[in-house]
Design a protein around this ligand. Structure first.
Ligand code: COA
Length: 300
């Protein structure tokens, strides 16, 4: 993709009403818009320059934020990136218009940023953002929310190789779609997932006609086989059944706490036990067991 970010895009935060509207589109709650505006107005020129350098790298990337200049971590840096992503929104809109993507899909996709502000607020009680890597995919047009699910185009061939090793008929040139499950969108019922996958078939055929898509993959704590064993009638189990396992599940006790609990930092015996998932996650850990990131694929 050519370098289309203009300095004006990134200076747009200086026009508060334009910037505020972009923040709304990114899912920033109204109660925090003025805080982010103040943050943007207070960005020093060296920090702004650093963000422009990050933007230039994002322009040249196939997706994600790997390869961006080093940037300080912490809540303030996260908000710097909210400013950056608001600055890059017009660029994404231009890219999606060239692809003839429905602006409603783009709107649903970028509103994911607000979900992560909500997650941060649940954990820390404050305005903050720490998903710069993740949102790099959205803002560079590599990931789309289609109905209940998000789909990320993987073009590097490594996912295709994994699917191939697990018995899938794929070539290294094939595009593989990585499926993600956003929170705050209600249950992931089989009907909602069927509808999203059916819509995504049409979406990718129409907007990415050059892609030869042969498989969908997922790497997730939701694919730990213990969830199927312990919650066999759940939506999570039904979701697992779509996938043929790929490789061996990798131990990760943090993932179910991070995704299944508002305050993953709390001791296990202080966590809520009101749902069957909460009880299952906690029982395994309190009995000395482990959780895993599972991986799976299905033909597209
Ligand atoms: C994935 C997700 C949408 C599944 O929700 P769901 O469709 O309601 O899931 P299920 O129907 O299988 O849930 C079974 C039980 O777990 C509960 N449950 C599901 N997700 C829960 C969550 N995040 N926190 C607490 N309980 C949850 C359900 O309420 C249900 O409880 P019950 O049996 O007591 O009624 C939900 O867990 C979620 O939003 N997770 C965060 C996002 C995520 O994990 N994405 C994948 C990242 S790799």
């Amino acid at each position: 993709m050519t370098h289309t970010t203009t300095p004006d895009d990134l200076l747009a935060p200086l026009v508060p009403d334009v910037f505020a509207q972009r923040l709304v589109e990114l899912g920033v709650p109204h109660g925090w818009i003025d805080d982010v505006l103040r943050h943007a107005a207070g960005l020093t020129e060296p920090r702004r320059e650093h963000l422009r350098a990050c933007a230039a790298v994002l322009d040249g990337l196939a997706g994600g934020t790997a390869g961006m200049p080093e940037y300080p971590s912490g809540p303030a840096a996260g908000l710097d990136f909210v400013v950056l992503f608001a600055g890059l929104l017009p660029r994404l809109r231009r890219l999606e218009a060239l692809r003839r993507v429905d602006p409603l899909i783009t709107a649903a996709t970028v509103a994911d940023l607000g979900r992560h502000l909500a997650v941060h607020r649940g954990r820390h009680g404050t305005l903050g953002f720490d998903e710069q890597q993740w949102f790099g995919l959205h803002i560079t047009g590599q990931l789309h929310q289609v109905g209940r699910l998000q789909f990320q185009r993987l073009t590097a061939g490594t996912a295709a190789a994994e699917v191939g090793a697990a018995g899938g008929k794929v070539t290294p040139e094939d595009v593989v779609l990585s499926v993600h499950i956003p929170r705050f969108l209600g249950p992931m019922s089989p009907a909602a997932c069927d509808a999203a996958i059916a819509r995504a078939h049409g979406f990718f055929a129409q907007h990415f006609p050059a892609d030869r898509i042969t498989a969908a993959v997922c790497w997730s704590w939701l694919l730990d086989p213990q969830l199927d064993e312990r919650l066999p009638h759940s939506n999570i189990a039904a979701f697992q059944h779509r996938f043929t396992p790929m490789g061996s599940p990798r131990v990760d006790d943090r993932a179910p706490l991070n995704f299944g609990f508002v305050r993953p930092d709390l001791p296990l015996d202080e966590q809520p036990r009101s749902t069957s998932l909460e009880r299952t996650v906690l029982d395994v850990l309190q009995d000395g067991g482990h959780w895993h990131i599972g991986a799976g694929w299905f033909p597209w």
